[in-house]
Design a protein around this ligand. Sequence first.
Ligand SMILES: Cc1cc2nc3c(=O)[nH]c(=O)nc-3n(C[C@H](O)[C@H](O)[C@H](O)COP(=O)(O)O)c2cc1C
Length: 198
Amino acid sequence: MDIIEAIKTRKSIRKFTNEDVSIDKILDIINISANSPSGGNSQNWFCLIIKNRDILKKIRSETELVYKKVIGKETPAVYTFFTDAPIVLAIVEKPYVGSIDAILEKTDKERNYIRKFIVNPGLQGVSSFITHILLVAHSEGLGACWMTGPLVAKQEIEKILEIDKPDNLVALIPMGNKIERQSKTARKDISEIIKIIK
Ligand SMILES: Cc1cc2nc3c(=O)[nH]c(=O)nc-3n(C[C@H](O)[C@H](O)[C@H](O)COP(=O)(O)O)c2cc1C
């Protein structure tokens, strides 16, 4: 599958067959995706490959508990279906301190804050890595979904997965052989997402 085809046909997949996926295939997908760009080539990403059903169930029940507590309703399936996938990746952002940040930290606290937390090059790099993972998985015939919904229970999930500060859990990606979704989500017209500055 060429890159244009992969981009055009990828969809978030939320239903998976029971078939297992080999660790080798997952490692291959991660290895290829690590060609992603990152600020200062920091490659500030880390990936937990979760196969353990008990851990996944624990993550789900913590998500449901926290959701109920803070939102006051049952958790929608779009935040919990990851337990149905044979494999779930937990994507961790490692700290990234660019050369500018190191200087700004001393010279201009406000600009340091804006660059670190609003521009957030560290998170942008990890987001690019995640995008690569979704596209590579798709081109390898696997379905996947980028998920931040369960991170309503971010602190609790980090505890279960033993992710300690300054590492930062940013997403879960359930992955497996897909039960194909028929429809593709609509996209805005290009006129709504561009402005040409002549
Ligand atoms: C940052 C981010 C967080 C997302 N979190 C969730 C989620 O928690 N649950 C879910 O079912 N989909 C989640 N999605 C998937 C989006 O709903 C999906 O990408 C969007 O509706 C477009 O559909 P498509 O991926 O099939 O093109 C997330 C996507 C992104 C980029």
